[in-house]
Design a protein around this ligand. Structure first.
Ligand code: ZN
Length: 301
């Protein structure tokens, strides 16, 4: 049994974030935005039952129906709970629509395709390449095979306004974490919903963002140019804009110093322990930080 805890966090009186903690897996945050003509949900998490319960709670709390599901990107920890929203329009970037169709064609979303993936992981584990945890078998694989996904019903190329007046959010594709990644911004209320282009508390969550972050420092800079003070991440707690700046500064310093080490042909094992690299900027160090650093060393140029 997993020890997952689902917590509803009030971001404002009209925005609620569902956060799963205690999970050894990537469980993306699900966000509910209360607008006058209905509820907008952002991302669907990994498990449809969790998403269904959250939707029901929000419909009861705000006495309104869900009107729209918005996907920030297509990774399983944000997409696989989508069955909870199959009766309402689903929007994503145009790139996400194309990627969905391609994945579908390659059988990534069918039951057989999912079963095949799990079997393949089991086979690879037997070769000794890696070890899968007990929870991987009892929680992740079970939910992965069970998940039934639905395609976005509208693809957005540049921008889509959701809601009117002060409550209006702008949905904009931006790339970064994935080619199909998007964000939502409400500059009147000062809220940025970032998807996996921004995560925090990496030690307690996933490394969704961190693994690829060295490649999309520019996206963080673009975020900093927007007018907001609260940031709702794809994983982790709600933080202020200063936290984003702190994250970007750490990544920039890391990138610059790693480039220097690479230019001197410092071997990777030595480079990742070099004193010139900044120490991790959050309170807790992610367990797999060594492998992240090795990955960054390869990625910087
Ligand atoms: Zn994620």
């Amino acid at each position: 049994m997993s020890s997952n805890v689902n917590k509803q966090i009030d971001v404002t009186e009209d925005i609620v974030m569902l956060r799963t903690t205690g999970s050894p897996f990537n469980d993306g945050n699900i966000i509910c935005i209360n607008q006058s003509d209905g509820l907008v949900f952002v991302d669907a998490g990994r498990i449809a039952e969790t998403a269904k319960e959250f939707r029901k709670d929000m419909e009861t709390r705000f006495k309104k129906k869900a009107k729209l599901m918005v996907l920030t990107h297509l990774h399983v920890d944000h997409l696989d709970g989508i069955a909870a929203f199959k009766d309402i329009p689903i929007i994503a970037s145009q790139k996400a629509v194309e990627l969905y169709l391609e994945n579908e064609k390659n059988h990534h979303y069918s039951k057989q395709g999912r079963e095949w993936f799990v079997e393949n992981q089991n086979l690879e584990e037997k070769t000794g390449k890696f070890t899968l945890s007990k929870e991987w078998h009892t929680d992740w694989a079970v939910n992965y095979v069970k998940a039934k996904v639905y395609p976005p019903t509208l693809g957005v190329k540049e921008e889509l306004a959701i809601g009117n007046g002060d409550e209006r959010f702008l949905f904009r594709p931006i790339g970064g974490h994935t080619e199909c990644s998007s964000y939502l911004i409400n500059e009147n209320k000062g809220i940025l919903i970032a998807g996996d282009n921004f995560n925090c508390e990496h030690a307690d969550n996933s490394l969704c963002m961190l693994n690829s972050a060295i490649k999309f420092i520019d996206v963080l800079k673009k975020f900093e140019e927007l007018d907001f003070n609260t940031i709702v991440p794809g994983h982790g707690k709600v933080v202020d804009k200063g936290y984003l700046t702190k994250t970007r500064q750490y990544l920039e310093e890391m990138s610059a110093n790693m480039k220097k080490l690479k230019a001197k042909n410092t071997p990777v094992e030595e480079a990742i322990n070099d004193p010139s690299l900044p120490s991790f900027f959050e309170e807790k160090l992610p367990q797999q930080m060594d492998s992240v650093l090795k990955f960054w060393y390869i990625e910087v140029n």
